[in-house]
Design a protein around this ligand. Structure first.
Ligand code: ZN
Ligand code: ZN
Length: 369
């Protein structure tokens, strides 16, 4: 039985990206094979296990797949059906975590990792933009269009996002983009490979800088983004708009839109069920008939009240709740509550006196079974 990723990292289901990073940082250090020389093999397995969990949970899309469908949901995102180091895309994070401690050569040394070339550092990918979007129950029920503004970096059109028009090989690294340094530590000598500080790993330096973007290759723009509210989306769920985030020479980041449900004046939501309380006149309770209940599509919903109803009493209306992503609907629960009667009309006093003759004294209400 495969272990739960959250358990592997020792975090809760609601952990934030920062929590995940922190947990991984601790575990990666703990299970680093160089720290476990006596049982290197076992540590290497553990190290891989926590790295797999990190790979999935730090990626919003993979995490959502895992939350919904478990291991089966994410295994298809790994190239061979199961996780290998080839599927690990956060070596940069790992280098940030371990870099100062051990140097960057552990992958070749311990795992025989050769998959990705560490030589030519890949150009940096643009960052993600996180947006929290407040939506009403009506908007969720009707997949309403929503607009929001963002500021993002976009590729400079003048230099094609490269920061300049003329390039030369970096003299510090000879165009390789990396520098090697030997360091001695308690555990032995390590060769560490790191991106060249002069050209930041690209192997090239700009000869003619672009004046429009100040040689950065990107320009800040204000944009309005329009999306459709996903049908039935729940508080805290999110969607990922790939390639809509910041520009980077290694690719564009994403916009991650997280939905926050606004409280409704009348409706309360539980999963896909809706709850509403209706102040119902006494005459309607005893006489029966139909009442009009608000709905999320703007129309009124006609609900039948049986003769001799009491309050509180709950009427369940199948299929009139929140829409589900699969096309169905939850149920609507209408709780009948007695409508307060406020009037100083003298005729009302007479009617109530009359009523008293029929109603008799209060009696305890038996508990619902
Ligand atoms: Zn430019
Ligand atoms: Zn260089």
């Amino acid at each position: 039985m495969k272990k739960d990723y959250y358990d592997v990292l020792g975090i809760g289901k609601s952990a934030s990206p920062d929590d995940i990073k922190k947990a991984y940082r601790g575990k990666a250090k703990q299970y680093h094979p160089d720290m476990n020389r006596d049982n290197k093999q076992e540590a290497a397995e553990k190290f891989k296990e926590v790295s797999e969990a990190y790979e999935v949970l730090i990626d919003p899309q993979k995490r959502q797949l895992y939350d919904q469908y478990g291991h089966d949901g994410v295994s298809q995102t790994f190239k061979g059906g199961g996780f290998t180091w080839d599927d690990f895309t956060h070596f940069d994070d790992l280098q940030d975590i371990l870099g100062n401690l051990f140097g960057g050569s552990i992958f070749e040394d311990v795992f025989g990792f050769t998959g990705r070339s560490r030589g030519q550092q890949r150009a940096r990918k643009g960052g993600d933009i996180h947006v929290i979007l407040k939506v009403s129950l009506e908007e969720i029920a009707n997949s309403a269009k929503k607009q929001f503004k963002i500021n993002r970096y976009e590729g400079c059109s003048s230099c094609g996002g490269k920061g300049g028009t003329d390039f030369a090989a970096c003299s510090q690294c000879g165009g390789r983009g990396q520098v090697r340094t030997q360091s001695r530590s308690f555990f032995g000598t390590f060769t560490s490979v790191s991106p060249c500080p002069s050209c930041k790993g690209s192997g090239q330096v700009i000869k003619t800088p672009c004046s429009k973007c100040g040689a950065t290759g990107r320009i800040r723009k204000s944009r309005t983004i329009e999306i459709k509210t996903p049908r039935g989306v729940a508080n805290g769920q999110y969607i990922v708009l790939r390639g809509e985030g910041h520009y980077g020479q290694g690719g564009k980041g994403s916009i991650i839109v997280q939905f926050e449900e606004k409280p409704h004046e009348y409706f309360e939501r539980q999963g896909y069920n809706l709850y509403i309380r209706m102040f119902t006149p006494y005459s309607k309770l005893i006489g029966g008939g139909s009442i009009e209940v608000p709905s999320l599509n703007g129309k009124q919903e006609r609900i039948k009240v049986s003769k001799g109803s009491s309050a509180p009493e709950i009427i369940r209306v199948k299929g009139k709740g929140m829409p589900r992503p699969d096309g169905g609907h939850g149920d609507l629960f209408v709780e009948l509550d007695l409508k307060p009667l406020k009037s100083t009309d003298r005729n009302l006093g007479k009617i109530i006196d009359e009523l008293k003759r029929y109603e008799g004294e209060p009696t305890p209400r038996p508990r619902a079974k």
